[in-house]
Design a protein around this ligand. Structure first.
Ligand SMILES: NC(=O)c1ccc[n+]([C@@H]2O[C@H](COP(=O)([O-])OP(=O)(O)OC[C@H]3O[C@@H](n4cnc5c(N)ncnc54)[C@H](O)[C@@H]3O)[C@@H](O)[C@H]2O)c1
Length: 361
């Protein structure tokens, strides 16, 4: 396996072409490619184009429907419930956050829950959509169980990611985008593929004992929640807002979005997702909000640094800097991403990957 250098636009064109070959509509293919490549430019390669190959297989076997479109099934002034109808999940999530933003423009806040949908990639993309409209955005989804809870053995809850984004005045939008597990499952699977050990505190083995060896996962063992009971508590909030409220499959009823996972419940993924937008400027003023967020960001940046620390970052800052560099110089895709894209090219019948191969990572 080798690294490769690629320009974001080139990767986007490749991803969109692969999706067209799986029957996705032009606009859906382009938007989905944009979401995945944005994630790659942030350096979040676990949840960017690497996942496209597995996701597209769902269309071939009827677990997702490239001709379907999501639909609002019930709504009020500040909320809506959307049925994804197993359509392209990135597009459904994008439309749901657009709707939450529209509701917040009139009501000050908007909640949109989605049912009958699948993997939406990095939660952060959708939260950032709200920040780009000068709103606070929150995005989350429930997922099939991968994580233990304090006192349990084995998998009980999903890694249920949650992201928020906040316009930050003179600083770039703040965004925190995290799994509620100590680490995303993909990071462990990636370490396993690369033959690497993982940090302590990420995984328990089949007996519920902490381990740094990822080789048994996901067949046995379970992820650990981030910060013990604290991550567990947030995963439960996500399960409620994204799963219970929407009517999506909960915990062990949830089939993985990855096809053919051993021991998985049958049928397509029925994930629940929740998108919240808050127009904070309505409660204060745009100027006051920007001024106070700028102050807060600057205050944190200027905090006395710990010995050996070079910088203090705001959440999202690392990703914005990586994106700026990727847009200017291209980005280096790690070997496992290249491997997955090569497989995708083969599946989709695309002859060549337009990448500069064998670049040192
Ligand atoms: N769709 C799904 O089912 C699913 C499930 C799990 C995770 N995910 C995605 O996986 C991705 C990775 O999740 P993760 O838990 O591994 O994230 P992570 O632990 O790498 O944390 C990333 C977040 O922490 C912030 N951060 C990192 N270092 C920082 C520092 N020094 N100062 C300030 N902020 C800092 C980053 O800006 C970013 O917002 C996310 O995009 C998440 O949405 C998706």
């Amino acid at each position: 396996m080798n690294s490769a250098r690629v320009l974001p636009d080139t990767l986007e064109a490749f991803a969109a072409e692969a999706m067209r070959r799986y029957g996705l509509r032009e606009d859906d293919a382009r938007l989905s490619a944009h979401i995945l490549v944005m994630t790659d430019t942030w350096g979040v390669h676990t949840h960017g184009t690497r996942q496209l190959r597995s996701l597209l297989k769902n269309f071939s076997i009827g677990r997702l429907d490239a001709t379907a479109t999501s639909e609002i099934v019930r709504e009020g002034p500040a909320w809506a419930l959307v049925d994804g109808h197993h359509s392209v999940p990135f597009v459904t999530a994008h439309r749901a956050m657009q709707l939450a933003i529209a509701k917040a423009k009139t009501a000050g806040i908007g909640y949109v829950g989605v049912v009958h949908t699948s993997h939406f990639g990095a939660a952060g993309y959708y939260a950032v959509m709200a920040a780009e409209q000068h709103m606070i955005g929150i995005a989350m989804c429930n997922a099939d169980p991968q994580m233990s809870v304090p006192g349990s053995r084995g998998k009980v809850l999903g890694t249920n990611p949650i992201a928020y984004a906040i316009p930050a005045g003179k600083n770039s939008p703040i965004f925190l985008d995290i799994a509620t597990s100590a680490a995303a499952a993909n990071k462990i699977i990636r370490a396993r593929l690369l033959g690497q050990s993982i940090p302590a505190g990420w995984l328990v083995d089949a007996e519920g004992r902490p381990t740094t060896d990822p080789s048994g996962f996901p067949e046995t063992g379970a992820l650990m929640p981030m910060a013990a009971h604290k991550g567990y508590g947030f995963a439960l909030l996500v399960e409620t807002l994204a799963g219970v409220v929407t009517g999506a499959a909960l915990t062990r009823e949830q089939p993985s979005w990855v096809p053919n996972v051993l021991g998985n419940p049958p049928g397509p993924a029925n994930q629940g997702q929740a998108f919240i937008a808050i127009d904070a400027a309505m409660m204060t003023t745009t100027d006051a909000f920007d001024e106070r967020m700028t102050w807060l960001g600057n205050y944190i940046h200027a905090a006395p640094r710990a010995e050996g620390a070079e910088r203090i970052y705001l959440p999202g800052e690392i990703e914005w800097e990586k994106r700026e560099k990727a847009l200017a110089e291209g980005m280096i895709l790690p070997p496992d991403v290249v491997d997955s894209l090569q497989g995708l090219a083969q599946d989709a019948g695309i002859d060549m990957l337009p990448f500069e191969m064998d670049v040192a990572g």
